[in-house]
Design a binder for this molecule. Sequence first.
Ligand SMILES: *Cc1c(COP(=O)(O)O)cnc(C)c1O
Length: 387
Amino acid sequence: MAVRIPFNKPYIAGKEMYYIAQAVAGGHIAADGPFTKRCAAMLQAEFGIAKAVMTPSCTAALEIAAMLCNLAPGDEVILPSYTFVSTANAVVRLGARPVFVDIRPDTLNIDEELIERAITPRTRAIFPVHYAGVSCEMDRIMEIAGRHGLIVVEDAAQAVNANYRGRSLGSIGHLGAYSFHETKNYICGEGGALCVNAPQYAERAEVIRDKGTNRSRFLRGMVDKYTWVDVGSSYVPCEVSCAFLCAQLELLDEINERRREVYNFYRDQLAPLADSGWLRLPTIPEGCEGNAHLFFALLPNAQQRDALIAHLKQHEITAPFHYVPLHTSPVGLRFGYRPGDLPVTEDLSARLIRLPLFYELSEFEQSEVVARIKEFAAGVSTRRAAA
Ligand SMILES: *Cc1c(COP(=O)(O)O)cnc(C)c1O
């Protein structure tokens, strides 16, 4: 049975194939051709990033960021447990310990008021994650980091083109990481960028990304040969991906506006269910401007959440949940965490559902999703009345 309303459908802005053809005809399809440079320049200009470094994924950007933090065994990094695995992998693969902090019930972002008590003499960095493209409380986080001499790495994978007090997410921390994976707002299949906001990391970021060599200095004519100068890896994206991404970044506002329409439709149509107290819808704190990356709802309990997912599935609508909290995952348990350690994270992750949200989702399809949710809600209250 074919899925009638998928959760996501990658949007094609229009010029992707044209730019890819240009890249191929230009004869440069490895890294750092003209399209890679154009993408980096657009990110810098649009989002006020001092230096954007294109990468093959956000995962790769987070790995470079963790290496720039000089993380080593014994070090600790503060991050939410309610996130994608890449945030934690970046620090764990260098031997550092992930120190998971609970989330705020309104935004599901790291609770800034719990950060300070998690700091120890071994803490090196904070990796806040902007869940659903809505900002963490960055002023407070930067202030805490400043007082304790910690590096802040924003996991802005979901937060491209979102703002906090007039500043772009990804441009506020010392470092930031974007994703252009096909499930995100601006895409090229697999892709990412490292935002280098603190200038002291700029040169080493390029070295780590290019196999530990000073090749980028060589290409700029600053040294007469290039050589192995540091530990590195290959974190360069293919020019073909950046040609694709270029077409998307040129339509930054148009894509954002359409996603907001879809988001606002759900928000308005589901408001009665929220008013009745049955559903909880996302809240966007004052000073934050989201990018409509995802639309979630919180059900009263895990049983109803699972039953709603099953109900929608019966009607060929894909509405998944996420995340399995990292501290209760097999790796989290190996670090000594136990269920019950982070009550807000555990409670909310068990009650959350995500609704289909993509550029080409029609109002007709959205109405169908809303109608099926309302149908389910009516069934719940009938069953409750009968009981
Ligand atoms: C998608 C995502 C990532 C990983 O992005 P990739 O580009 O697929 O590596 C990391 N962190 C968060 C919060 C994400 O949503």
